[in-house]
Design a protein around this ligand. Structure first.
Ligand SMILES: C[S@@+](CC[C@H](N)C(=O)[O-])C[C@H]1O[C@@H](n2cnc3c(N)ncnc32)[C@H](O)[C@@H]1O
Length: 238
């Protein structure tokens, strides 16, 4: 039975949308009802990180894995507390530098077919943002946790500024009548997405963290580890 006090709080702000995610109140109920505090939980299909976030919020030790590298990154960022001041500063640096260095040059391989999915000015803005993030990574300007958060903000920005319909799983290019009304600004969206991440991460208990690996369930990277519970939700194809 899910009680009223299990309604989602700020920790569930959608700073990135993951398809087929477990609903947060269910993840919260499973974690809090079945797993004692400080016990260890594994979600081997961690996807958008619903289970891992609840573990972090409720002082359970969160381990996850997923075959999809983006899922592993999102889950880790959502369930790991980071220094919010450092993330705010990183966001300020990335946005300001991206605006300053906006020069129209493109940083994506030709085979990505970017022109089909993005406006030319959007491609230039995204290129500028990713160049700054990569430079910060090479120069160790920020901690790896902060860099991971910036990458997640970038990933959700890409989805925001694509010439596709929102809330559809399959990518479908905007029809001409919708296309002419769509004027995205990737750097503004990046700023907004980073702000959502800051809000969300600051609601986690200080020190909350998870361990997330990129791995298929057939080869779990935690052989020697004992788990109190395995909580997972996935679709099985026959
Ligand atoms: C339905 S989603 C899981 C959603 C997740 N429980 C959540 O709340 O967001 C299924 C996940 O399983 C992952 N997956 C599919 N096959 C896998 C495999 N063989 N090994 C590990 N992960 C796999 C997918 O990448 C996807 O993230």
């Amino acid at each position: 039975m899910i009680s009223k006090d299990l309604i989602p709080n700020i920790a569930h702000t959608q700073f990135i949308t993951y398809v087929a995610a477990m609903v947060p109140p269910l993840a919260e109920a499973l974690v809090t009802l079945y797993v004692p505090r400080d016990e260890v939980v594994l979600d081997p299909f961690c996807g958008g990180g619903a289970v891992l976030v609840e573990c972090s919020r409720h002082h359970r030790k969160a381990f996850g894995s997923d075959i999809n590298p983006l899922a592993a990154l999102i889950s880790k960022v959502k369930s790991t507390y980071i220094d919010v001041d450092e993330l705010l500063e990183a966001t300020r640096v990335v946005t300001a530098t991206s605006i300053r260095n906006l020069n129209g040059s493109i940083s994506f391989p030709e085979e990505y077919n970017m022109e089909y999915w993005f406006l030319p000015e959007t491609i230039a803005e995204l290129s500028s943002i990713i160049r700054v993030i990569k430079k910060c990574e090479v120069e160790n300007t920020f901690s790896s946790d902060v860099l991971d958060a910036l990458k997640v903000a970038f990933s959700s920005t890409v989805r925001d500024v694509m010439l596709t319909y929102r809330n559809e799983v399959r990518l479908r290019r905007l029809e001409p009548k919708d296309l002419e009304k769509f004027h995205p600004n990737a750097i503004e969206r990046f700023k907004h997405r980073s702000k959502l991440i800051v809000e969300r991460i600051s609601s986690l208990p200080k020190g909350a963290h998870s361990r997330v690996e990129i791995a298929p369930v057939q080869h779990l990277p935690y052989e020697a580890k004992k788990f109190h519970s395995i909580i997972m939700f996935t679709a099985i194809r026959r």
